[in-house]
Design a protein around this ligand. Structure first.
Ligand code: NAG
Ligand code: NAG
Ligand code: NAG
Ligand code: NAG
Ligand code: NAG
Ligand code: NAG
Length: 358
């Protein structure tokens, strides 16, 4: 049955008040769990959801994840049970099922719950479906169309087009991307990427609780919007959105664009990656830390870090005698006064620069 025929059958069954036979392969309904080996594929074919084993460890550790369905290199963008892998046994298999209370529940081979969406909304009721959208977002949708839960609200290490990564003013809680522990280990690693809930103004790569590197502030000319047009069908747009409750970053790509994501890698690099169709590999278009000034506290407390040209490392020569920048003077620091570690860092004025606040 092709899609339009399936849709027609679905509409017909709704008209006839029959149970809909529209449980197609992009969704999960109550009573029809997903087991290892079976896969949900989004309508459009961009994403897949299934169980996977990222390593060759024995006993086999299986995770439930979402990855790109239409590229040859498996690139996982979301993992449900990061810290609690399940194993497939010869007698029984783990399952992902949708309960009567509209929760997705991941049970191990013994039937123990290892992960759940934990929706407590009493109004949730039954009759919902879990659908893998073509954006890579897994959603639980109530019969009237209300979205009860979405994986985009619970990111792992990847930030995808349409996702919102933000900070809630009232609770001072900041969304975080958390790296994998290693190439074959999706359990939470030591690196994270997210906003600073104290200032709401900047984003950090952290190792544990320690800031390692930070991006430009979330406000101001550098970050308000970023726009990249490769050609008429490949456009990327990044924005910072502010409302009364939340400030968040989001980005979108046009219909014809290749797969695009931001990811915090297990090695602690925050990368902007695009899939290169001709080389069939991920291209790292940008990453943080980009150059030494991105390292947190590189110039010491109240130091002022500078790069001579965007994308290049700062001069490695001693430059204590460099003229001080007006901005550094205004903030009460003498530029160049933080030439440390043998005077090899350049912490003074230049064309593209921002303060290294301690
Ligand atoms: C999981 O185990 C079942 C047997 O219980 C087997 O049929 C199935 O192929 C296994 N799946 C995977 C993905 O290993
Ligand atoms: C879920 O709902 C169906 C139909 O309403 C019912 O037959 C089934 O027993 C319920 N299952 C549980 C676990 O409550
Ligand atoms: C669901 O609740 C359990 C128990 O409170 C908790 O351990 C688990 O982390 C929660 N799961 C999610 C996805 O929030
Ligand atoms: C839709 O359903 C949800 C829960 O299933 C409920 O909370 C919400 O009020 C409903 N919305 C409308 C417009 O009926
Ligand atoms: C636009 O650029 C992408 C690569 O980014 C390429 O795959 C595509 O063919 C280009 N489209 C046109 C209309 O040139
Ligand atoms: C894609 O890969 C090809 C072949 O390696 C290379 O020539 C091209 O510059 C790459 N394109 C982008 C946008 O990185």
């Amino acid at each position: 049955m092709d899609r339009s025929a399936a849709a027609l059958a679905c509409i017909t069954s709704v008209l006839l008040l029959l149970p809909p036979p529209c449980a197609s392969d992009d969704r999960l309904v109550t009573g029809k769990p997903l087991s290892p080996g079976a896969t949900l594929v989004s309508d459009g074919g961009a994403f897949a959801l299934s169980f996977f084993s990222p390593s060759t460890a024995t006993p086999e550790k299986m995770y439930l994840g979402i990855w790109y369905n239409d590229i040859p290199q498996r690139t996982v963008v979301w993992v449900a049970d990061r810290g609690t892998p399940v194993t497939n046994t010869s007698s029984s298999a783990p399952t992902l099922s949708l309960t009567n209370s509209s929760n997705l529940v991941l049970s191990d081979a013994d039937g123990r719950v290892r992960w759940s969406t934990n929706i407590t909304d009493d109004a949730a009721g039954s009759g919902s479906t879990a659908v893998l959208l073509n954006t890579g977002n897994l959603v639980i949708r109530s019969p009237n169309g209300t979205i009860l839960w979405k994986s985009f609200d619970h990111p792992t290490d990847s930030f995808l087009p349409g996702m919102k990564l933000g900070m809630t003013f009232k609770t001072r809680v900041s969304d975080r991307l958390v790296s994998w522990r290693g190439p074959g280990d999706p359990s939470p690693g030591s690196f994270s990427f997210g906003g600073d809930p104290d200032t709401f103004l900047q984003v950090f790569v952290r190792k544990g609780t320690r800031p390692v590197s930070r991006d430009a502030p979330w406000t101001g000319y550098m970050m308000l919007s970023r726009y990249l047009q490769v050609n008429s069908s490949d456009i990327f747009y990044f924005s910072v959105v502010d409302n009364d409750e939340k400030r968040y970053i989001t980005f979108s790509v046009s219909e014809g664009s290749p797969h695009t994501r931001y990811v915090i890698t297990y090695a602690g690099r925050y990368q902007f990656q695009r899939w290169n169709i001709s080389s069939s590999a991920w291209a790292v278009v940008a990453e943080l830390p980009r150059w030494d000034c991105n390292y947190y506290n590189y110039c010491g407390p109240n130091g002022y870090c500078a790069t001579t040209r965007r994308g290049r490392l700062p001069s490695r020569r001693a430059s204590a005698s460099q003229g001080s920048s007006r901005r550094a003077r205004r903030s009460g620091t003498a530029a160049g006064s933080r030439v440390v570690a043998g005077g090899r860092r350049r912490c003074s004025a230049a064309t593209v620069s921002w303060p290294c606040r301690g």
